[in-house]
Design a protein around this ligand. Structure first.
Ligand code: ZN
Length: 210
């Protein structure tokens, strides 16, 4: 995605405050495809592992809500989500559903019904702090983990990219499932370069038999 767009131009908090229309023009087609997306077998397998008591939490950089749609309960969204939006002037929070359809139809920037300020979806833009409570919960789970699955991430964005190292430092185990190599492959207990939508259901199936 970032090969076609300059993230600081379309998705930084500075550019949002300067000209929110640029952000909204960029996110409009993305939002449309997010709204029609469905969980894949990989999402469903992770929810199954959680129901079995084997998976304690999902730490994700995704903003697409698909883990929740699949039935996962403990989902820590480091980069926020699109379910709510916040007024950048008075900090009023509203469900995105209330403003999304009108925005998608018209392309016009949503404004706060109380003060007229611009509404910003609760995704974390470049230049913004990560949500501290989510980060702390992710760290708590990481410290307790005896096994971490690194799934579908090239591990290029901090702080999520550091979490697998913390597991290894505490003698936890690491399984990497990704199409392309990551920096941590050499240190992992198991590396699977394959489609996670195929691998994860087989893992969940094997666990339920055991
Ligand atoms: Zn407001």
């Amino acid at each position: 995605m970032w090969e076609r767009y300059d993230p600081m131009e379309v998705a930084s908090i500075q550019s949002f405050r300067r000209n929110p229309q640029v952000f909204y023009n960029w996110i409009r087609p993305l939002a449309t495809s997010l709204l029609t997306a469905h969980p894949n077998p990989g999402h469903l397998a992770l929810a199954k592992l959680e129901r079995q008591g084997l998976l304690k939490a999902i730490i994700t950089q995704n903003i697409d809500n698909l883990h929740q749609q699949a039935g996962s309960q403990e989902v820590l969204e480091l980069h926020g989500h699109l379910r709510e939006a916040t007024c950048i002037n008075c900090y009023r929070v509203v469900p995105t559903q209330d403003i999304l359809d009108a925005f998608l139809a018209s392309g016009e920037i949503p404004h706060c019904t109380r003060c007229g300020g611009v509404m910003k979806p609760n995704v974390i833009l470049f230049g913004e702090q990560l949500p501290i409570r989510v980060v702390n919960a992710a760290l708590m789970h990481t410290r307790k983990a005896d096994l971490m699955l690194v799934i579908g991430s090239s591990l290029e964005v901090a702080p999520a990219s550091h979490l697998p190292l913390m597991v290894l430092e505490r003698n936890g185990r690491l399984i990497v499932i990704n199409m392309t190599p990551t920096y941590i492959d050499d240190m992992a207990d198991l590396v699977i370069h394959a489609d996670l939508a195929e691998v994860l259901p087989r893992i969940a199936q094997a666990c339920s038999r055991g």
